[in-house]
Design a protein around this ligand. Structure first.
Ligand SMILES: [Cu+2]
Length: 110
């Protein structure tokens, strides 16, 4: 085998390693942060996948919850506290605050 051909094989192998590394990074779980302030949830994150973590950060001066209507989680947050959950199934999750029924949010999990 010529040195040139060996070099080309090395480049091809390195290319596959790069592809493998990038695709496994894309599949790694992500953390999505939602800031709670002024009696409201911040925007629901886009592109939430099963296995990702959704974290609510309560920047308000009041205690809030992030409670799933389907009962899958119920996170209670004192002022300046945060809480998180790992989403386990795809679909729509309706979230509300137990203390302030007007606080609502819809999470879409892919
Ligand atoms: Cu609340």
């Amino acid at each position: 085998m010529s040195a040139r051909r060996g070099f080309i094989r090395l480049l091809v192998a390195a290319g596959w390693l790069t592809v493998a590394a990038v695709s496994s990074a894309a599949a790694a779980p992500k953390v999505h942060t939602i800031v709670v302030a002024d009696m409201a949830y911040g925007p629901a994150p886009a592109d939430v996948h099963v296995g990702d973590t959704v974290r609510w950060v309560n920047n308000d001066m009041f205690r809030h919850t992030a409670t799933a209507r389907d009962g899958s989680f119920d996170l209670d947050m004192k002022p300046k506290a945060s809480a998180e959950t790992v989403v386990k199934k795809a679909g729509t999750i309706n979230v509300y605050c137990r203390f302030h029924p007007g606080m609502k949010q819809t999470l879409t999990v892919k």
